[in-house]
Structures are given as structure tokens and as C-alpha cells.
Design a binder for this molecule. Structure first.
Ligand code: PGA
Length: 256
């Protein structure tokens, strides 16, 4: 089975409404004929409505970077999945390592957010990955399998299959260090096998697993050509239209 590559740009806390529109305009221009790869961008929440409006009907989907697990209520500063959906999002990142390490998100909160995403009709991109210390102590595979299992608790089989997993080794995020294609492929295969052991076989075949962590134009093709790598979650390189387009083109060339 060939899974469509899915490349998403995580803008993190960069690009307020004006800069976000400039970047959206450039992507719209450059990607107008691009249909080989699924593409999404995750602007900061404040920039989502204008970017969503600008990228309407372009095939570039919008993702939120985070949601609160509740529908509404007295949660100052938070945004619900329903609100993101209303603003034009199709996807939402859940459990990014920065959310886990800087904002104390646990697997339980992350699982509640995954459920909240589906409740509102958003597709979650569930981020998982080990730290350097965990990799060096030989725990990487068990940590990742654990995050995966706990993040997906209570979902229907179809919901699991519709989730995107982003494997992002924490030591590779924003550091310029990338997992080698072999390291990444080996973990992606482990993730797919873990899913295969706890869900019907179509889930493991269908689910898309993105790699994230210093994906750049020069390493995109070697990562994306691995059999179990179905796309990329791109941070720093997605802030520059030329770099992000080059990564998408690398994926598109592999599929043509
Ligand atoms: P990076 O970030 O590409 O800058 O390493 C990836 C991410 O955090 O999703």
C-alpha cells in the first residue's frame, strides 16, 4: 500500500498575522500546481484565521499547534478544538515535545486532547519521541511505544487509523542533529509494529507516521524515501518558503 506523503510545517511561536500572510502568499504561489503530497501549515493561533482564509482552496491545510481538551469554559488563555475548526483548521498537533517538557503535558492530558480533536472534527497529529538520555540508556523504543499507546487510549479503530503520528526524537528538534535515515526508519517500523500488535492490521498499513527533527532540504529525500516514513513535521525550515517548498518538492519527486 502506498501512503500519501504528508508534510506539515510547525511555525511554533513565529509569524504574527502580517508575517504569516507573507509566508502564506509565498506558499500559495509556489505550491499552486503541487498535488503529489499532502501539505499543512500550523501557524500560531492568532494568525490562523487570516492564513486559513488566504489558503482556502489551495490544497494547503491548516493545523493548530495545541488545543485545550474542554469544549468551552473558564480556561483563560486557552482555545478549544471547536474554535480551531471554526477558524479553518483540519488538523491539530497534540503532545509536541515542547508542550510536554515546557508546559507539563502528560500522556493523560494528551489523550484527552486527541479525543477533543476528533470530537470537533479535527484530525490529530500525535507527537511522540524520546530524549537523548532515554536513547542512550536504551529506553527509546519502550518510551515511544508507551507514549503511542497512552496517547491513543479509548479511540475507535477508525480514529486510530485517521491519526497521524509524528515521531520526533527530542534530541533532534531544533538542534541541527537529525536521526539518520536508518535510525528513523527503525523507529518508524517499531511504531508500525506496535500499532499492528494492538489494532487490526489495516490500521498499521494505513496510518501515516511523519518524522520530525531538523528536517531540511538537504536531508528530506533520504528520510522520506524510507519505507515507513510517510512525511515530515518541519519546524525551523518551514519558516522560509524556499526551504519548505524544497522539502515538499523532494517528497513530490519521490512519488512521481
Ligand atoms: P525542527 O522542529 O524542524 O526545527 O527541528 C521540528 C518540530 O519541532 O516539530
Amino acid at each position: 500500500m502506498t501512503r500519501r506523503l504528508f508534510i506539515a510545517g510547525n511555525w511554533k511561536m513565529h509569524k504574527g498575522p502580517n508575517d504569516a500572510l507573507d509566508l502564506a502568499n509565498a506558499l500559495k504561489r509556489e505550491l499552486v500546481d503541487q498535488t503529489a503530497v499532502d501539505v499543512a501549515v500550523a501557524p500560531p493561533t492568532i494568525s490562523i484565521p487570516s492564513v486559513a482564509e488566504r489558503l482556502k482552496h489551495t490544497g494547503i491545510a491548516i493545523a493548530g499547534q495545541n488545543i485545550n481538551e474542554h469544549t468551552h469554559g473558564a480556561f483563560t488563555g486557552e482555545v478549544s478544538s471547536e474554535m480551531l475548526r471554526e477558524s479553518g483548521c483540519e488538523y491539530v498537533l497534540v503532545g509536541h515535545s515542547e508542550r510536554r517538557s515546557l508546559f507539563g503535558e502528560t500522556d493523560e492530558t494528551i489523550n484527552a486532547k486527541v479525543h477533543a480533536a476528533f470530537r470537533a472534527g479535527l484530525l490529530p497529529i500525535l507527537c511522540i519521541g524520546e530524549t537523548l538520555a532515554q536513547r542512550e540508556s536504551g529506553e527509546a523504543e519502550s518510551i515511544v511505544a508507551n507514549q503511542l499507546e497512552r496517547g491513543l487510549v479509548g479511540l475507535s479503530t477508525d480514529q486510530v487509523a485517521a491519526t497521524t503520528i509524528a515521531y520526533e526524537p527530542v534530541w533532534a528538534i531544533g538542534t541541527g542533529l537529525t536521526a539518520t535515515p536508518d535510525q528513523a526508519q527503525s523507529m518508524h517500523n517499531h511504531i508500525r509494529c506496535s500499532l499492528g500488535s494492538s489494532h487490526p492490521s489495516f490500521v498499521a498499513k494505513q496510518i501515516r507516521i511523519q518524522y520530525g527533527g531538523s528536517v531540511k532540504p538537504h536531508n528530506a529525500a533520504s528520510l522520506l524515501s524510507q519505507p515507513d516514513i510517510d512525511g515530515a513535521l518541519v519546524g525551523g525550515a518551514s519558516l522560509n518558503a524556499d526551504n519548505f517548498v524544497a522539502i515538499i518538492t523532494a517528497g513530490a519527486n519521490l512519488r512521481s
